[in-house]
Design a protein around this ligand. Structure first.
Ligand SMILES: *Cc1c(COP(=O)(O)O)cnc(C)c1O
Length: 414
């Protein structure tokens, strides 16, 4: 059985261990929820202060030019690009995943108009907002123009056929952490003349996706999870350059116009990725994202992936060693190369387990109906954190703290 001191040693030898000091983390907690809200990079806190006090406070509206606020969505997009395996000029930071998915789905469906294909294919256990957006678009455009089909995740590949207009997937399942084979799905989609949209919410920053190499058409992703951009930080859109200039983006706001400051009465979209902008960018939170991304500048993503796999492997190994696997029933794939950077366990008292653990300073989260999730952020989680977290779980279960009356009532956010 592995000892705590071995793990202290392992942290000392870990080449990524120096990243932890760049985050502001309370001393008395173990944070295993970076898959929901990444920790605060110290540089982001400084940057927000600088943008508000020095830029907004002093230069006011002049900052749009003086501090290049106007180009921040592309500047940030180009920093995200290498993290998702994309060349520059194909990624832009804006809005939320939900809104961006709407833009992309509508653009993709419009591209397919003359092919006679109308079906958006996704999986039933995709993140709800992704499904809701597809349902909403289908309602808006009418079922004869957009039909929406969701199948079991393992049926996705086989369900792609000549009626498929768009395959819409999330690379890492938010509930189970299962990692899909995006490359295989993109290939099959293209064989049938379909387009593919990939949601990288639980990938960006921990999975070395290769969007360009895999010839993915479109993607969206999140900056407040593993990229540590802060609560509600704007999302990103990837549009493969082969589609630039050919798309109709339905949220045709002025920032996506070819020349917003001409103030012409007619919409004419930018020919590049800027077409996916809609309105005025949220500069303060985008600046936080921009600074958080400096942590990724010299990072080898393969190294991040390796550590991520080691962390999930160690956690599961400890769960088994401490004989907790009867309480925590693994919902994630057994092998770390088939899952993202999280572990998910089922238990009928999962909400209580989660709350009792939080009370002990181990932050995980609960996902209905009965899952407790542990996210592992290789930039600030240590091997020793895994050890300590499992110790806490063991004590908590021994004392049955999760069955306490006080966890019967669920908070609004779980
Ligand atoms: C976190 C997450 C979202 C969040 O969408 P927002 O519109 O940015 O709130 C969407 N999809 C997936 C798969 C997610 O994990």
């Amino acid at each position: 059985m592995i000892s705590r001191s071995e793990l202290v040693q392992r942290d000392n030898n870990d080449e990524l261990s120096s990243y932890r000091q760049h985050f502001q983390l309370p001393n008395d907690i173990i944070y295993l929820d970076g898959n929901s809200l990444g920790a605060l990079p110290k540089v982001a806190a400084e940057r927000v202060q600088q943008v508000t006090e020095q830029q907004w406070g002093k230069s006011l509206i002049g900052s749009w030019n003086e501090h290049d606020w106007v180009n921040l969505p592309q500047v940030v997009g180009d920093k995200i690009a290498p993290i998702i395996g994309a060349d520059k000029g194909q990624v832009i930071c804006c809005d939320s995943i939900s809104v961006n998915l709407f833009k992309l789905l509508a653009s993709a469906i419009t591209l397919q108009q003359h092919s006679g294909k109308t079906d958006i294919l996704s999986s039933q256990d995709n993140f709800p907002t992704d499904l809701y957006i597809a349902q909403g678009l289908s309602q808006l455009m009418g079922e004869q123009h957009v039909t929406f089909t969701d199948v079991a995740e393992q049926q996705l590949l086989d369900s792609i056929d000549d009626n498929t207009a768009v395959v819409m997937i999330t690379e890492v399942n938010f509930r189970t952490g299962k990692l899909l084979d995006t490359q295989a799905l993109a290939e099959k989609a293209h064989q049938h003349g379909a387009l593919i949209i990939v949601d990288l919410a639980h990938s960006a920053g921990v999975i070395p996706s290769q969007l360009d190499n895999w010839q993915v058409d479109f993607a969206v992703g999140c900056t407040y999870k593993y990229l540590n951009g802060g609560p509600g930080a704007p999302a990103f859109v990837y549009v493969n350059k082969r589609w630039h200039g050919q798309l109709q983006q339905p949220i045709s706001g002025w920032f996506g116009h070819r020349a917003p400051f001409d103030f012409s009465a007619d919409y004419s979209p930018a020919a590049d990725i800027k077409q996916f902008l809609a309105g005025t960018p949220a500069i303060i939170s985008m600046a936080a994202v921009d600074s958080a991304l400096t942590l990724y500048e010299d990072l080898d993503l393969q190294q991040v992936r390796t550590k991520s796999q080691q962390l999930t492997e160690l956690f599961q190994q400890r769960v088994i060693e401490r004989k907790l696997n009867h309480v925590l029933k693994l919902q994630s794939p057994e092998h770390s190369d088939q899952r993202g950077s999280q572990l998910s366990y089922a238990n009928e008292f999962a909400y209580g387990l989660c709350q009792a653990l939080i009370a002990r300073g181990v932050i995980a989260d609960f996902r209905a109906p009965n899952n407790i999730r542990f996210g592992f952020a290789p930039l600030y989680n240590r091997f020793v954190d895994v050890y300590d977290a499992v110790e806490q779980i063991e004590q908590m279960i021994e004392r049955q703290e999760h069955l306490s009356e006080q966890w019967q009532q669920r908070s609004q956010v779980t």
